[in-house]
Design a protein around this ligand. Structure first.
Ligand SMILES: Nc1nc2c(c(=O)[nH]1)N[C@H]1C(S)=C(S)[C@@H](COP(=O)(O)O)O[C@H]1N2
Ligand SMILES: [Mo]
Length: 341
């Protein structure tokens, strides 16, 4: 087990409980190889000391992955990841999800009533086969994997999160993109009744909703590009983008759009929310790049959120492509990354 666990003295009891339960499960998975997702999930849900946010799932929603035909595998490579995981309590309480408020603590509070079932995700545009997936079809026939990724927000903080999900490529291939499909556009749910930030410009940070994002087709098809339906071995909490969200680990966090209802294959570069809001500050590519400063702050280093609390402000250098350069840098060969920021 190469995952580094923080010293117990650095953690609150609550965090130790959650992480040790989680790490034990990983050990179990590693020993047994593949394991049924249902078994894993139900034992996790009863034994871990969840905060109140998980009452949402206990009471109102069944976990997404309880289907017996699914396998839940640890992606090769994740085991070698020598980083401290950000405690689950932090991952689910320090969020950017402006539809539920622009302050970090607001989504965990204001997203608790969020209904994710029924849900529909539609894949359309330049495809041979348009698809509409219902809540229980979101990963039909696709094995779930665990991927431990760094998440680097453009605001210069970062986390290390164990996601549960599958490569976006597997979903796109089902829709059979045609030769005109050069970009992929994504859209978050637009439901002002459920999302208070969409009713109030102040709460929603001045964004014109729905939140939209986009990738070039090669980025979308890259094996690191993930559709996440869970984290820490459990169903994705609403504040983290339930029931399904994108995770693009080499790009700034705002590319990783949450609670997706639409994926459209298109010919031209699609508009993206933060670029429309402040084009000189946020580009379409948004690859993590310590050498290109945000107009208002440096991107050379980041605050790694580990144990939380004011004393745990770990400043670490930011890596090009967030440390995933070996896998992704080739896609940007010959491009001026200062121009295409
Ligand atoms: N729909 C939507 N998706 C979003 C956002 C948002 O406000 N709305 N915030 C983004 C930003 S800035 C970041 S850093 C990540 C944060 O993901 P997390 O809360 O799961 O850590 O989500 C991204 N996806
Ligand atoms: Mo972010």
């Amino acid at each position: 087990m190469l995952i580094r666990t923080p010293k117990k003295s650095e953690l609150s009891e609550n965090q130790v409980t959650e992480e040790s339960v989680y790490l034990q499960r990983r050990q179990l998975l590693k020993g047994m190889g593949y394991i049924g997702a249902g078994t894993l999930l139900s034992s996790a849900m009863s034994s871990a000391a969840h905060g109140s946010v998980f009452d949402f799932f206990k009471e109102k929603e069944k976990p997404v992955f309880t289907r017996k035909d699914l396998t839940y595998s640890i992606e090769a490579g994740a085991e070698d990841y020598d980083e401290t995981l950000t405690p689950e309590a932090k991952v689910i309480s320090h969020n950017n999800f402006y539809e539920f408020g622009a302050q970090k603590h607001q989504p965990a509070e204001l997203a608790q009533g969020f209904k994710v079932n029924p849900w529909q995700l539609r894949i359309s545009g330049e495809v041979d086969k348009e698809i509409t997936l219902d809540y229980d079809q979101l990963f039909a026939g696709i094995d779930l994997e665990e991927r431990i990724y760094r998440l680097r927000c453009v605001e210069a903080w970062s986390m290390v999160i164990p996601w549960v999900g599958f490569p976006l490529a597997k979903l796109l291939k089902k829709a059979q993109p045609n030769s005109r499909a050069k970009y992929v556009a994504f859209q978050t749910l637009h439901d002002p009744e459920q999302m208070p930030g969409q009713r109030s410009r102040r709460l929603g940070g001045g964004i014109d909703y729905p939140y939209v994002e986009g990738l070039r087709i090669d980025e979308a098809m890259h094996p690191l590009t993930l559709m996440a339906v869970g984290l820490y071995g459990k169903t994705l909490p609403p504040q983290n983008g339930a029931p399904i969200r994108l995770v693009v680990p080499w790009k700034y966090g705002f590319k990783s759009i949450k609670s997706i209802v639409g994926i459209k294959l298109v010919e031209k570069e699609p508009p993206t929310t933060w670029n429309m809001l402040a084009p000189h500050e946020y580009g379409f590519y948004a690859n993590v790049n310590p050498e290109v400063a945000h107009p208002r702050w440096s991107q050379a280093s980041e605050r790694r959120i580990t144990t939380g609390g004011l004393l745990a402000r770990n400043r670490i250098p930011t890596l090009p492509f967030n440390g995933y350069g070996e896998e992704v840098a080739d896609m940007y060969k010959g491009m001026d990354l200062r121009k295409y920021y």
